[in-house]
Write a protein that binds this ligand. Structure first.
Ligand SMILES: *Cc1c(COP(=O)(O)O)cnc(C)c1O
Length: 377
């Protein structure tokens, strides 16, 4: 058994696991389940500060991203893809796949998107149907200020698709205030349920664009329109994964009842980052630090795989490497959701310090004592 301190999937609390073992009904036929599904969708919307409709789909995070693009994109549509990370750039593939024409707005991968620079760009280029943006781009951990970026795009009539799979419920997200149109989440990040579900929240503006399209969506599973009036009709387009949904409901209740959620994430993230620095390690980013994941550069002379392997074998703790251009170069610590607690993070920092020392690296200040010190101020 490992303690999974990765940036998703994260640890799953016992009450979420137990909820998944509830006895089940026929999810297609039982009106009670339609009520439970709809109430859970409404709870998710309210936790994201909106009355926009949320739909829960049967598939993990990626399905939500693809469904958003599939349902919004008509052949020839111009789409602005904000790109300062691997998931950011990845949206261009979904846009092209459904016949859209992506324009990449690529900025430095070590920093959050600069809103002033984006403002200047948009003054000259704003002929887009929608834009995609990643809230927290998990491979580097960079956090974008979607509450500033989305209203700016909206002022040009550009709809937004926001991937907040690893951002929401670790960093605050307010859909109404930020005027976000389509927002994608997943069950296995800060939500702290097992992987398997994605949910998508859709504004009235986005819904209009989706419903008034001239060309049918070239997909069934990725077509959000197939859920239209599901409650009134008491009809789901496919059989809902009822046990996964019971687990998600318990996870969302945990979030609702957690009054310290964002303060705790922030305190832990800040302490990890400062401890990394005090120890003489290097935070990977220059700006845009998320409260859900910390990414540091692998010190010279040490291999990422050796760190990960020793952490698992000796300490039974899983951390992550990364992928794409970051493969082998960084280590990622996921302190989101159920992972964001002092006990697990203290154990992780102690284990990481022992591991780095074992591999021949010498810390400036103790990683563990710095973490404990910074937790408390
Ligand atoms: C995890 C994640 C996803 C979804 O990927 P999965 O295949 O479900 O793990 C999408 N976007 C971001 C930014 C993520 O971190």
């Amino acid at each position: 058994m490992y303690k999974i301190m990765t940036p998703g999937p994260v640890q799953v609390p016992e009450n979420v696991r137990l909820a998944r073992s509830r006895s089940t009904t026929n999810a297609d036929l039982d009106p009670v389940f339609y009520d439970e599904y709809k109430e859970l969708c409404e709870l998710i919307s309210s936790l994201l500060h909106t009355s926009n409709e949320t739909l829960i789909l049967s598939g993990e995070g990626i399905l939500g991203l693809e469904a958003a693009c599939a349902t919004l994109t008509e052949p020839g549509d111009k789409v602005l893809v904000l790109d300062n990370g691997i998931y950011g750039a990845g949206f261009a593939d979904f846009v092209s796949m459904y016949g859209g024409e992506p324009t990449l707005y690529t900025t430095n991968y070590l920093n959050e998107i600069d809103v002033d620079e984006l403002t200047a760009y948009l003054e000259k280029h704003h002929d887009f149907k929608y834009a995609t943006v990643v809230h927290c781009d998990t491979p580097s951990g960079v956090l974008n200020d979607v509450h500033k970026i989305c209203p700016l795009l909206k002022s040009y009539g550009i709809l937004t698709v926001v991937d907040s799979v690893s951002g929401m419920f670790g960093n605050p997200l307010d859909i109404e205030k930020g005027q976000l149109d389509v927002v994608c989440g997943g069950s296995q990040k800060a939500v702290s349920a097992p992987p398997g579900l994605t949910f998508v929240t859709v504004s009235d503006d986005a819904k209009k664009a989706m419903e008034n399209r001239k060309v049918p969506v070239a997909s069934f599973y990725c077509n959000l329109n197939i859920f239209k009036d599901y409650y009134k009709k008491q009809w789901f387009p496919y059989t809902m994964p009822i046990s996964d949904i019971y687990g998600l409901a318990a996870a969302m209740e945990n979030i609702k009842n957690d009054t310290e959620l964002y303060a705790r994430h922030h305190r832990i993230a800040k302490a990890v980052r400062k401890a990394i620095q005090a120890a003489g390690l290097e935070n990977h980013l220059q700006s845009g630090f998320s409260d859900t994941v910390t990414v540091f550069n692998v010190p010279e002379g040490i291999h990422a795989d050796d760190i990960l392997e020793h952490m698992q074998r000796k300490h039974h703790i899983m951390l992550s490497g990364s992928f794409g251009n970051l493969a082998g170069k960084v280590i990622r610590i996921g302190h989101m959701g159920a992972n964001a607690n002092e006990a697990d993070m203290t154990a992780t920092m102690a284990a990481l310090e022992e591991t780095l020392n074992y591999l021949g690296w010498e810390s400036e200040e103790s990683l563990l004592s710095s973490f404990v010190k910074y937790l408390n101020h």
